[in-house]
Design a protein around this ligand. Structure first.
Ligand code: GDP
Ligand code: MN
Length: 390
């Protein structure tokens, strides 16, 4: 689960991590009042959407008066903000954060994520803050320093000192920087985050160390321990298809390919996606209908897949274990009656009640391409999607 920057900063503040003073507002006039309340000569108006890269898209504006603050807020509120992370339609801005301006001396990067090969969280830090960290990772990976975090002990004192020296913090800022790294690692462990990112972490002209941006994602499997975090959820920012799937009891993740996948079981779904890639195609989604899906769920799954306009073909890959092939077949038939499928449909069924399932499909009169095994199904789906695109 993701949250907004202003929410992440409130959590940071509570954890003792320094952030600028700020007020979140929903109408432009409030932005002017917020500017006055902050009492400084400089403030920053920041669009609150879940995507990053806002600076590049015009969602971060430095302002020098209450009028300028209102004007900047007016330009953002109610408008879509397009950033490198939002997709072409952008995301509607409903709130802006008006924050006291910081006089920046240096911008750094700090993040904590899971390192799957090490099997523990890892703290990453770089002197190349404020810019695309993915680009730094691709072009100058040696500029990203890493320290593994022991999930029990947290980041050790020597590790934070090593980072602080390696990042070249001036003497007067070292203690504050080391403390911030300690607090951030504790925060990440206690809050069950999947990602924490401060980009930029800045040293201001007085040597203060401040989190100027804040991104926090939570591990959904840990949310039951944090009802206060669940309360911060903003459904408007989420992919509606993923929310619909969640309501229907399906696991769905939107991807950017053109072959819609409907599979039972997460492992088989992953295998199906890999096989599509191997056959030269690209999956439009991950979708696991689960071990015991009903025909209602299969119908819901079809609707969700078809609401993605990139989908040029659908691959149904079912191995009937607990799931029965005839139930899937019924779901496909009902879905085809209710929603116009309109794209080639490749079906591979195997397992429990497969004969009955195939018979139902054959007699239904639905236009479909049957496949003998997974490789065959993937090849046929890739071909069908290619043909459909033309
Ligand atoms: P993002 O583009 O969504 O990552 O938004 P950020 O919060 O990281 O802001 C983008 C950039 O705006 C930062 O890297 C800074 O260079 C600049 N910026 C943000 N707040 C301030 C501020 O208080 N003072 C100054 N001088 N620049 C700021
Ligand atoms: Mn940023």
């Amino acid at each position: 689960m993701k949250i907004h920057e202003y929410q992440a900063k409130e959590l940071f503040r509570a954890a003792g991590i320094p952030v600028p003073m700020g007020h979140v507002v929903t109408v432009a006039e409030q932005a002017a009042a917020a500017f006055d309340q902050l009492g400084g000569a400089l403030a920053v108006v920041k669009a609150q959407i879940h995507a990053g890269g806002r600076g590049k898209g015009g969602g971060v504006k430095l302002v020098k008066s209450a009028e300028e603050a209102a004007e900047a807020a007016r330009g953002m509120l109610g408008q879509p903000l397009i950033t490198p992370q939002t997709g072409p339609a952008g995301q509607i801005v409903k709130q802006v954060l008006v924050e006291a301006g910081t006089a920046i001396d240096r911008e750094l990067y700090v993040g904590i994520t899971l390192d799957r090969s090490l099997g523990c969280p890892v703290l990453m830090a770089s002197t190349e803050g404020g810019m695309d960290i993915e680009e730094v990772a691709a072009t100058a990976p040696e500029k990203i320093l890493k320290e593994p975090i022991d999930p029990e002990a947290g980041l050790r004192g020597y590790q934070s000192r090593r980072l602080v020296y390696a990042l070249g913090f001036p003497k007067a800022s070292r203690k504050a920087a080391a403390e911030l790294l300690q607090k951030l690692s504790r925060f990440s462990l206690e809050m069950d985050t999947s990602l924490v990112e401060i980009n930029p972490l800045v040293i201001d002209t007085e040597g203060g160390v401040i989190a100027l941006d804040a991104k926090v994602n939570f591990d959904d499997n840990g949310l039951f321990r944090h009802p206060d975090v669940v309360a911060l959820r903003d459904i408007d920012e989420e992919d509606p298809r993923e929310t619909q799937a969640e309501e229907a009891g399906l696991s769905y993740i939107a991807l950017d390919g053109n072959i819609g996948c409907m599979v039972n079981g997460a492992g088989l779904a992953m295998g199906t996606m890999d096989t599509i890639q191997l056959a030269g195609g690209s999956p439009a989604n991950f979708l696991d209908v689960g071990g015991g899906a009903t025909s209602e769920q299969v119908k819901a799954a079809f609707k969700i897949i078809l609401s993605d306009e990139n989908v040029a073909a659908i691959l149904v890959n079912i191995f009937g274990g607990i799931m029965k092939c005839d139930v899937i077949a019924e779901g496909i038939i009902e879905a085809a009656r209710e929603v116009e499928i309109g794209v080639p449909l490749v079906v591979r069924l195997e397992g429990t009640n497969v004969e009955r399932g195939r018979e139902l499909l054959e007699n239904s009169g639905i236009d479909l391409i049957t496949a003998s095994d997974l490789a065959d199904a993937a090849a046929k789906a890739v071909e069908a999607a290619g043909v459909a695109k033309v």
